[in-house]
Write a protein that binds this ligand. Structure first.
Ligand SMILES: NC(=O)c1ccc[n+]([C@@H]2O[C@H](COP(=O)([O-])OP(=O)(O)OC[C@H]3O[C@@H](n4cnc5c(N)ncnc54)[C@H](OP(=O)(O)O)[C@@H]3O)[C@@H](O)[C@H]2O)c1
Length: 382
């Protein structure tokens, strides 16, 4: 299942509201920011809003710039991104502008909602019934696998943003703060109450856009158990970047590793053969930077671009053992160890046998392999 990259986009007032409580949509962005949003839309494969936003704002969700649309078609893309919405109830106005503008459209709904919508919407709108409830992971899997969506822009509203962030499914938050107040407790807020990933998100950009300020944040807190979250994918990217920094070798893999606390704090990072040690492994070098008594290790996640080793000749303890002995019980990896140096190594099995959760992110396998291609059989040979 290939989840798209999920970008949440919204504008809020200085007092944190998405809109006022009146019937007309409150314009929070200025012309420069609407143009920026148009550019982000043009760079997305799909745009999603909740049914609440369709009912309240009646948006078109188009790419307004003819140049940007031309650039999309020149690149072999549809003129407009796919438009998607979610509605449990199926309470959608068939006359809404959403259905009658732009390109392809899809509604994710419940079986009950699909019954209600039967024959109601224009014939070119796809209605995807996802069972008694609409699970976000099922929506993202369908967008990725069936619709080929790699980049999804989510434009609200508050309930949709809240769920995607709370469920650890947002890869990025693009938040614009507008210089005005709403001051009405009946107005919708950007995020509702509930359990959010712990710790602090990472600020990756701030930029004035006209009289508003854009802030871009990415998640940091690892997932829990065997379920991967957006922050897991970001940390795996870091591990893959570290793997590229390894001194080259013909006798060992190039691997990157990061150890991250449950609240998203990076505890240590390392790569193979770091610091002039010709045999040190990435996970081993990262663990060596930490106090073994650090209480955060018990709830930390180890990210390693290659599965931790189960057996090794160069040192007494393989990395799977070192990780378990450090008390870590969650490991995320991109690539199972091939038979190049050790036959049927199964570091994941060693970890799982002692109760650790092992998550494999196959979408990063090629990146993890990239600095190791000289150690692998050519494609097509096993
Ligand atoms: N400032 C901005 O950037 C911005 C952007 C967008 C929207 N807004 C504002 O946000 C407000 C609307 O926000 P909102 O929170 O009321 O609505 P919303 O998040 O747009 O939509 C909520 C609706 O989406 C459907 N939905 C959400 N999660 C679902 C799930 N897991 N399964 C099935 N259906 C699900 C439900 O539809 P059903 O009720 O049909 O089941 C739910 O009522 C409006 O005032 C709008 O102007 C502001």
């Amino acid at each position: 299942m290939a989840h798209p990259y999920v970008l949440l986009s919204a504008a809020v007032s200085l007092d944190g509201f998405l809109d006022d409580a009146g019937p007309e949509r409150l314009l929070l962005s200025g012309p420069e920011d609407f143009d920026r949003v148009d550019e982000v839309r043009a760079g997305s494969d799909a745009i999603l809003v909740g049914a609440g936003t369709l009912r309240t704002d009646n948006p078109r969700l188009l790419v307004g710039s003819a140049e940007r649309r031309a650039a999309r078609t020149a690149a072999g893309l549809p003129e407009y991104p796919l438009k998607a919405t979610v509605s449990a109830s199926g309470d959608l106005d068939p006359g809404a502008r959403f259905w009658h503008t732009g390109g392809a459209k899809i509604v994710y709904t419940t079986d009950r909602g699909a019954q209600r919508l039967h024959g109601l919407l224009p014939a070119d709108v796809e209605v995807a019934a996802l069972g008694p409830e609409v699970e976000w992971r099922a929506v993202l899997a369908h967008l990725g696998d069936a619709k080929g969506v790699r980049r999804l822009m989510v434009e609200g509203g508050g309930r949709v943003h809240t769920q995607l962030l709370q469920q650890g499914l947002a890869d990025e938050l693009q938040l614009v703060v507008a210089p005005l107040f709403v001051g009405d407790t009946d107005a919708p807020r950007m995020f509702g109450p509930g359990a959010y990933p712990p710790g602090r998100m990472r600020l990756v950009e701030t930029r004035p856009v006209g009289d508003v300020v854009l802030m871009r944040y990415v998640p940091t807190a690892p997932g829990t158990g065997r379920q991967a979250c957006a922050a897991d994918r970001r940390w795996m990217e870091t591990a893959c970047e570290l793997a590229v920094q390894c001194p080259p070798s013909r006798t060992a893999f190039s691997v990157g590793a990061v150890i991250v606390a449950a609240d998203g704090t990076e505890l240590a990072r390392a790569h193979s053969r770091e610091g002039g040690d010709p045999v040190v492994h990435a996970e081993e070098a990262a663990l060596a930077k930490l106090d073994p008594a650090d209480p955060r290790l018990a709830t930390a996640t180890v990210y390693s671009s290659l599965e931790p080793c189960a057996r090794r000749a160069s040192r007494p303890a393989p990395c799977a053992r070192l990780i378990l002995d450090a008390g870590v019980r969650r490991v995320v990896t991109a690539w199972r160890e091939p038979d190049t140096f050790v036959t049927a190594a199964d570091g994941s099995g060693v970890l799982a046998a002692e109760g650790a959760d092992v998550v494999v992110l196959p979408e990063y396998e090629q990146r993890a392999k990239a600095p190791n291609t000289h150690l692998l059989p050519p494609p097509g040979h096993s």
